[in-house]
Design a protein around this ligand. Sequence first.
Ligand code: PMP
Length: 360
Amino acid sequence: LLKQTALTLAAFTLSRDLFAAEAEKFAQLPDVDKIIKLSSNENPHGPSPMARKQMMEAVNGSNRYPWDVTTKLREEIAALTGHTKEHIVMGAGSSELLGLVAVWAALKKGNAVAPDPTFRLWMPAARKTGLDIKLVPLTDKKMTDLQRMKEAMNDQTKLVYICNPNNPTGTVLPAKELEAFIKDIAPKAIILLDEAYTEFSSEPSMAHLVNDYPNLVIAKTFSKIYGMAGARVGYALAHPTTIKQLNELQPWANAGASAVSLAGALAALKDKTFIDFCKKENALARSIFCKALDKAGIPYIPSETSFIYFDTSNFGKDVKAMLEAKGIVGARTFEEGTKWLRISVGTQDEMKKAAAALLS
Ligand code: PMP
């Protein structure tokens, strides 16, 4: 596992370096004054002013392990969801916890079922530790196909992953359907429900179900609505018996993120004004690009997230290249052989530039 983690880290470093090299290349283009990065669905506004202040102050105390702040943060998160701190495990980003849950499931050997395309960062660790992953295509409306996922399961299925809203498509399962699926499947396999983008969506979290289903683990992050991707803070919400088992897989349970990051997360959680601002700005910026897609006759999935998934197959022009010519990088495909692209939502100004590049 350690070797795998090292390899994964090496791959990340490589892709980040490649990105820097690419960005430098685009910066040389005549029409480009500044590179606009619309990948990884990062929040262009964050962190919140309150989080910035607390992070600066927390630097002074970072000679100590972060037990106080991580406990306080778990209590605050628990209070928001009507649970206790024993229902929460903190991690260095939710991707650490997705990997942890995958490894926990892999201890039981068997297979995992996941939609395709979806967020995949947890898959290498799951495969390396013994889970065979069955990918289930989305419906023709790019919706997670719960019926086909059920059909793909067998008595060896130990893990079912669902990302709602789904990345990269932005499609959202209605709460009723998802809840019925969880009630049906959770007695048989671990359900890893990734709610990285729930705060942007009109559909609610499934947090209320964790007491009834110890197999249900909900992963959440401070990287999106809270604008703290670089701080690396995430958490999982589950039944206390499940959290205990996940804690045993962490070297320092609940202290994977730094004291500085955790202090920022604690402040970010309470900064309602900033959260509302990010939500509103995201919707406005998103609609600027969607209007341009409408104008260009490019179909897209109505988005309730901080990214947009659109189909350029009948457009006749290379949208990725058009954007890159103006220094807008990060639009990319997740389904080989198709011309669907995902672009992250930046600021209103950035999306105006992206819209202009599309219509140029
Ligand atoms: N889940 C989904 C669906 C994501 O899109 C991302 C980040 N792109 C993550 C989890 C990971 O977030 P974190 O930064 O918390 O590791």
